[in-house]
Design a protein around this ligand. Structure first.
Ligand SMILES: [Fe+2]
Length: 549
């Protein structure tokens, strides 16, 4: 069966294609449109579709819209608040429902030849859940979905067995852990539905001073669900004015402590929810999706303190991943046997010839070293920063060695250097990548392997100075392990760096500059390299070196 998955409703529009149970392609619209998160998260934008990513998914497989057996749309207007007579009521909620109902016609316009009768609505949280339990390598597992909101809910807890899901609990709106974190994000002067990961980073700098009060306001209800607020954020700390004129570090102690307190409370409630679920399922393994599952500090805390032995988080746990989950769910419903996800590198890629064409067109001096991995390692060993553009781009918010900025972790000031290149706040951390065989020598207290960079680990004390650029203020790091069977080129680069420097770790952060989506195509890579003080661009087998004045 050929099933196209579409996420369009709230934010992070994306498309995914599943053919005969195999994930063939998946990409976020922002990588094509160069508009971060794809669109504004308001009801008016519900009609906007991931047109370019959907077209590309079909092109990749040599299909036309006519060839599709189904289109899976990750929101079900039948279970949403009815459009009603006044579509402006409830913050335009009716308009959202109306636009979602009309999505088959919008899709027919965007993808000429598509039969609108083949569009199947998949409930939002079922799509999130399927993106985890059908993509994970576990035949039997517990499932936890936590996000801002779907049609009427913000959570799903269940048990999956050989691809069949039993839902055990649902928390309905307005109670939402995701929306709580979004509100805090906005209160601290960041963009909601976008910058929650900055709040998580900020949280490691404070004290949980407001935890007792938050325990009253936010709590599990003993039936698998939870209660949230309402919370008067200003009673804890004044709102922070955000925007470009906001200075780095311009946070009061109360604001930082508020971030720390909410993060701690989120973790405690997550533990209560997971414990409740485990008591009912007895499962060894848990899979998670929904935007809250991208909170790697909370997921790691849950793994360490909770009842599950293993946790698998969908790398595109945010709404982009619902395109994939909806497609997998519908493909299974049509009788396909689903193959678990083996990589997040599901986006666009280019041939060497095509990359060479781009470099010639840009008239930049480039070389083709015998081994680009070794040449890159030499630049890193000399403390250069390398833009690394290799293979297919990653689905989800993490760069995993395909669209990455690489640097030497032994120089502590490379953190500031990378944050300056990327034009982002100085409290933001960067992450280490390490070959899976070497990971346990350096890191502890988190799952290994950890190929999708979704958990934090403690850096062993004897390594903290040696890889200072990637160690957070609390002594942890968000590790990506690299298996050479899956990622031979990245593994070879890491080996070469270790040979040259004695350190088996490389800094890996996403290849983009402030406010822009991750680099996706060769033009983006050349623009990014051209506009920032990056020492080299390793694009496919080619290396471009910066010539400084
Ligand atoms: Fe969601």
């Amino acid at each position: 069966m050929r099933v196209l998955g579409i996420n369009a409703v709230f934010h992070d529009p994306a498309a995914a294609l599943v053919v005969d149970g195999e994930i063939v392609a998946a990409a976020e619209e922002e990588r094509f449109s160069r508009r971060k998160h794809g669109k504004v998260p308001v009801a008016f934008s519900t009609w906007e579709l991931p047109e370019q990513s959907a077209e590309w998914c079909l092109e990749r497989a040599g299909l036309s819209p006519r060839d599709l057996d189904a289109v899976a749309y990750s929101y079900d207007p039948c279970i949403a608040p009815p459009a009603g007579a006044d579509i402006t009521a409830g913050n335009w909620e009716g308009l959202r429902t109306l636009y979602a109902q009309r999505a088959p016609l919008f899709l027919q316009t965007a993808l000429p030849g598509l039969d609108p009768e083949r569009v199947i609505f998949v409930p939002h949280h079922l799509a999130h859940a399927a993106s985890a339990y059908l993509a994970a390598p576990y035949p039997r597992c517990s499932v936890l979905v936590l996000d801002g909101r779907g049609e009427r809910a913000s959570h799903l807890a269940g048990h999956a067995e050989y691809g069949d899901l039993t839902v055990l609990a649902t928390q309905y709106l307005p109670d939402s852990l995701g929306l709580m974190y979004e509100e805090l994000t906005a209160h601290l002067g960041f963009r909601r539905s976008s910058d929650e990961y900055k709040v998580m980073a900020l949280a490691s700098y404070g004290e949980p001073a407001y935890l007792p009060a938050l325990r009253e306001l936010v709590r599990a209800t003993g039936d698998g669900g939870f209660k949230v607020g309402p919370i008067d954020w200003a009673a804890f700390a004044p709102a922070r004015r955000g925007g470009p004129d906001c200075e780095d570090g311009a946070f009061s102690a109360a604001q930082v402590n508020l971030a720390t307190s909410v993060q701690h409370r989120l973790q405690e409630v997550l533990l209560d929810l997971a414990t409740w679920l485990h008591e009912r399922t007895g499962d060894t393994d848990l899979v998670m999706a929904g935007g809250v599952a991208l909170n790697c500090v909370a997921s790691s805390w849950l793994l360490e303190h909770g009842p599950f032995e293993r946790i698998w988080v969908q790398p595109a746990a945010g709404d982009a991943g619902t395109a994939l989950g909806a497609a997998l769910h519908v493909a299974r419903g049509l009788g396909d046997r689903i193959h678990p996800m083996r990589t997040a590198a599901l986006g666009r890629g280019w041939t060497d010839e095509s990359l060479e064409g781009w470099l010639r067109m840009a008239e930049v001096a480039f070389e083709r070293p015998d081994d680009v991995a070794k040449a890159t390692a030499e630049v890193i060993a000399e403390n250069g920063i390398v833009a690394w553009f290799q293979g297919r781009s990653e689905l989800g918010p993490r760069a995993l060695g395909h669209r990455s900025l690489l640097a030497n972790p032994s120089h502590a000031d490379n953190l500031q250097r990378l944050n300056a290149i990327k034009g982002r706040e100085q409290f933001r951390p960067v992450a280490p990548m390490v070959r899976v065989e070497r990971a346990a020598d350096i890191f502890e207290g988190g799952p290994l392997p950890s190929p999708y960079m979704l958990f934090t680990h403690r850096v062993k004390p004897e390594w903290r100075d040696r890889i200072a650029a990637v160690v957070h203020v609390d002594g942890t790091a968000r590790v990506q392990t690299v298996d050479e069977h899956d990622e031979p080129l990245v593994a070879r680069m890491l080996r070469a760096v270790e040979r040259l420097t004695g350190v088996p770790v490389v800094v890996n952060t996403s290849l983009n500059t402030a406010g822009r989506p991750m680099v996706d195509d060769p033009r983006d890579a050349l623009e990014c390299f051209g506009s920032a003080p990056i020492d080299a661009l390793a694009m496919g087998p080619f290396l471009v070196r910066r010539r400084r004045r």
